[in-house]
Structures are given as structure tokens and as C-alpha cells.
Design a protein around this ligand. Structure first.
Ligand code: C5P
Length: 224
């Protein structure tokens, strides 16, 4: 069967990664969480006090960053490693969410990550989710999906996820963070978040996870 690239973009907390993971499992594809890559860089910058306004510092830091994904044998899911250390839990914390959009605006950061993402998807058979996958990373992706959902639904889902990871965060704080990230992500100069002209729009406000996954799989099967 022909292998394709599935690009899933959209606003924060619309269910992109949950859908992408499930689609990848069903199709036997590799799932690549590009948001996790920007989060890992943000964590490194935070831990090493890298100044975002100092281009040289940023470039030097990027040379020392190695991001990889490894499968957790128990859950079967890929986890993010930063310089050999598992940071999957740490990168989901609120302090990382609060700073990631400022880091992902930087030209040097985007250049490095886009190059790595293209390498990871070169052989196809990937489901990649993010903000610029269908527009910049893989503009020729065979299937592009743009996900959106009501802000309150998104915030509620994110709150549940955080709670599952032991973090109790106010709904208003989450809404504030999602709005701020959406704004920065869609207004930045470098590869802003926008729907690719040929992307399928999937509003997940009233959809169950199963329905979201089915929709993407049906679309994918029509291209394979
Ligand atoms: O997908 P997630 O919410 O984990 O992404 C975290 C942040 O990483 C986004 O708010 C955005 O600033 C950045 N990002 C990006 N480009 C991508 C994926 C994520 O700029 N392809």
C-alpha cells in the first residue's frame, strides 16, 4: 500500500495529538509530535537561562540540543527525550506552555526544527501534527487536516489532560494560555499558524475522539 504524509495543524488543544496518535496506530504509521519539539527547546532554554533576544546564545544553545522520540514499552506511545533524558512529563507543565510560543517564534529555532521534521518524514508513512506542517514542513502532504474547536471545549479537554498528569489548573488560566498562544502562533512573522488552502477543516467541538479519528482515516484511505 502506498505510504503518505498526513499533516494535522490547528489551534492549541483541539485534539490534534490525540487524533494523530490514534490515526498513526490504526494505519501503522509513525506519529511525530512537533509541538513536543518546541516544548523541549523551551525547557532547555529555561533550564540554561538562554536569552531569547540574543541570537548568538540561541544558535549556540540549538547546537547543544538533541531531541529524540522513544517508544515507552508499557504504553506503546512515543515519549520525548532531550539530550538523552525523558522530558515527556516536564514539557507538558504550565510554565513550558506559558513560554513555548515566544520560543517557537524565533527564526533559528524554526529553521532547525523544520529541517529535523522534514528528515523524520522523508520516507512518508507519518502523521505529523503542529502549526505549519501543511503549509511549510510538508506543503506537498497528500492529506492535510486543519482542526479547530470552541475555546471552552478545548480548555476543558486540556484541563482534564493536566489533571490526569497530576496538575490542577484553573479553567480561566488555561483559556488565557490558549488564547495567548493562538494569537502569537497565528500572528508571528515566521511560518504563522494558518490553514493550507487544500486542507480539510475539522471542527471537533461536537465530535467524539472516535468520530475525529474515523474522519481522518477515511480521508487517508481515499488517498492511499
Ligand atoms: O502542539 P502544542 O500545543 O504542544 O505546541 C506547543 C507550541 O509549539 C505551540 O503553541 C506553538 O507555539 C509551537 N509549535 C509551532 N509549530 C509547530 C508545532 C508547535 O510553532 N509545528
Amino acid at each position: 500500500m502506498k505510504k503518505i504524509v498526513i499533516a494535522i495543524d490547528g489551534y492549541s488543544a483541539c485534539g490534534k495529538s490525540t487524533t494523530a496518535k490514534a490515526v498513526a496506530t490504526v494505519l501503522g504509521y509513525t506519529y511525530i509530535d512537533t509541538g513536543a519539539m518546541y516544548r523541549a527547546i523551551t525547557l532547555y532554554f529555561h533550564q540554561n537561562h538562554v536569552s531569547l533576544t540574543n541570537k548568538k546564545d540561541v544558535e549556540k544553545a540549538l547546537e547543544n540540543i538533541d531531541i529524540t522520540f522513544h517508544k515507552n514499552e508499557k504504553t506503546g506511545l512515543a515519549e520525548t527525550f532531550l539530550n538523552g533524558l525523558n522530558v515527556e512529563g516536564e514539557i507538558r507543565k504550565m510554565y513550558v506552555s506559558e513560554n513555548v510560543s515566544q520560543v517557537s517564534c524565533l527564526t533559528e529555532v524554526r529553521r532547525a526544527m523544520v529541517a529535523q521534521q522534514r528528515k523524520l518524514g522523508k520516507k512518508k508513512g507519518v502523521v505529523m501534527d503542529g502549526r505549519d506542517i501543511g503549509t511549510v514542513v510538508f506543503p506537498d502532504a497528500e492529506l492535510k487536516v486543519f482542526m479547530e474547536a470552541d475555546i471552552y471545549v478545548r480548555a476543558g479537554r486540556r484541563q482534564e489532560e493536566l489533571l490526569e498528569n497530576g496538575q490542577l489548573v484553573d479553567l480561566s488560566e488555561i483559556i488565557e494560555n490558549l488564547k495567548k498562544r493562538d494569537h502569537i502562533d497565528s500572528t508571528r512573522a515566521e511560518s504563522p499558524l494558518r490553514k493550507a488552502d487544500d486542507a480539510l477543516v475539522l471542527d471537533t467541538t461536537f465530535l467524539t475522539l472516535e468520530e475525529q479519528v474515523d474522519e481522518v482515516i477515511n480521508q487517508a484511505l481515499s488517498k492511499i
